[in-house]
Design a protein around this ligand. Structure first.
Ligand code: DC
Length: 217
């Protein structure tokens, strides 16, 4: 078993905040795999050849802290671009292509150096880290997730219509769930948490208890 906690689930389910909080609590490293798919989409949109994208991604700088992550392409900060709904849609489309998943597999695994890792994504527990000690599948209703994403985008100064947001989320969910490769499904040995009526603190304390049980053995 690897010293890894995987946190999979649909977009805006609160995976990012939970991942950073639990990693901070345990002094583990963080892998935000969705951000790698978004970086892949960003470089694709810039016209980089798909066979070259993995090496370009290695040259981007990812800076994680408790509250957020910042990504730099050379000296230029590209975090806001990566977080936009446009890049999310491109990432979602590209993520159903076999070559994309293959190109990103080793980069994702390289985030684990044996110490401890919290990995956030869609297929962390099923494909990328099947030997993780603890696997969480975090979900919430699409309305609740759209509300959370709305607040997140507003805080970043981006204005998005709520109805468009729900439609985008449901469209992306459907594509992520029904794709043939690494579909968004809970690993058989995962703990499913529906956070629709839970606060982040409640989800965090529940996950901390699970982690304590697994990592204190
Ligand atoms: O978690 P996110 O919204 O940042 O992810 C962006 C897109 O990347 C998402 O629509 C699907 C894809 N993705 C994936 O296919 N596999 C992952 N492990 C993470 C993200």
């Amino acid at each position: 078993m690897d010293n890894i906690i995987t946190i999979d689930g649909p977009s805006a389910s609160g995976k990012g905040s939970l991942t950073r909080s639990i990693a901070d609590n345990l002094s583990f490293d963080v892998l935000d795999s969705g951000l790698l798919y978004r970086a892949y989409a960003y470089l694709y949109e810039k016209g980089v050849q798909t066979s070259e994208i993995a090496s370009y991604i290695k040259n981007l700088s990812f800076q994680f802290n408790l509250n957020d992550v910042h990504v730099y392409d050379n000296k230029e900060e590209i975090t806001t671009t990566l977080r936009s709904e446009k890049i999310a849609q491109v990432a979602s489309t590209l993520s159903s292509i076999k070559e994309t998943r293959k190109n990103l597999l080793e980069i994702q695994r390289s985030f684990y150096d044996g110490h401890g890792l919290v990995a956030d994504g869609r297929d962390m527990g099923t494909v990328v880290f099947p030997k993780a000690k603890l696997k969480i599948f975090l979900t919430a209703s699409s309305e609740v997730r759209a509300k959370r994403r709305h607040i997140e985008l507003q805080n970043r100064g981006q204005e998005v219509n709520m109805r468009d947001l729900i439609e985008d989320i449901e469209e992306r969910d459907l594509r992520d769930r029904t794709r043939t490769l690494s579909p968004l499904i809970p690993a058989e040995d995962s703990v499913v948490i529906d956070s629709s009526t839970m606060s982040l603190d409640e989800v965090l304390s529940f996950t901390k208890k699970l982690a304590k049980k697994e990592f204190d053995k």
